[in-house]
Write a protein that binds this ligand. Structure first.
Ligand code: IMP
Length: 202
């Protein structure tokens, strides 16, 4: 029987991306909903790493499963790194959060619209050891939302090398260059190594 790996998130966009990113691992990926877990983790850390650790610890304590949790967000250079760890709390809906950023960047030219998506993964293992993996993706804040795929700030995150926003990419294209894809590709060999040395009973 294959061991379960819990994705410690309720965000359907993240679940879709991790399901593809981690598809080749010898685990059954499960969500809090699959496991009947109903926990809300308060993001009271001061950094993405602290918040990722809080989520990973809370979900693994409740599930007793190896758990992958993450904290992620958008940092806009002209806004001194905002919204950063407050990305999910920057408004009541994606539309409101996007409008707030566009409003604050009104009149700012392309060359001053640099932004970075950051993702910090915390991986808890049965040994209670926790591994941290990070990934980032550089881009520009578009002048208006474009595209219907992805989630969150994707419609205003423009990638000059693709000539498109993240919301105009396929899931595979987004995973290939996103902050989450980069962090996940660092986590994969760590998980595989633990399997190979039999730290996890599979
Ligand atoms: P949290 O990790 O639950 O605090 O949520 C991070 C927030 O950052 C999300 O709700 C989105 O608003 C934003 N975010 C993180 N990753 C992405 C992404 O890949 N695309 C678009 N928005 C993202």
């Amino acid at each position: 029987m294959r061991t379960k790996l819990l994705l410690g998130t309720l965000n359907q966009g993240k679940i879709r991306e991790y399901s593809l990113l981690l598809a080749d691992l010898p685990f059954v990926l499960v969500t809090p909903q699959d496991e009947g877990l109903d926990i809300q983790v308060e993001e009271k850390g001061k950094t993405m790493e602290e918040n990722a650790l809080l989520k990973a610890r809370a979900y693994s304590a409740e599930s007793h499963l190896p758990t992958l949790a993450e904290d992620s967000g958008l940092e806009v250079e002209a806004l001194h790194g905002e919204p950063g760890i407050f990305s999910a709390r920057y408004g009541n809906s994606d539309e409101e959060r996007i409008s707030r950023i566009l409003h604050r960047l009104k009149g700012i030219p392309w060359e001053e619209r640099k932004a970075c998506f950051r993702c910090v993964i915390a991986l808890t293992l049965p040994s209670r050891k926790i591994e941290i993996c990070q990934g980032e993706c550089q881009g520009l804040i578009a002048f208006s939302p474009q595209g219907n795929d992805g989630f969150g700030y994707d419609p205003i995150f423009y990638l000059p090398e693709m000539g498109a926003t993240m919301a105009e990419l396929t899931l595979e294209e987004k995973n290939a260059l996103s902050h989450r894809g980069r962090a996940a590709r660092k986590a994969i060999p760590i998980i595989r190594h633990l399997v190979s040395i039999n730290t996890l009973a599979i």
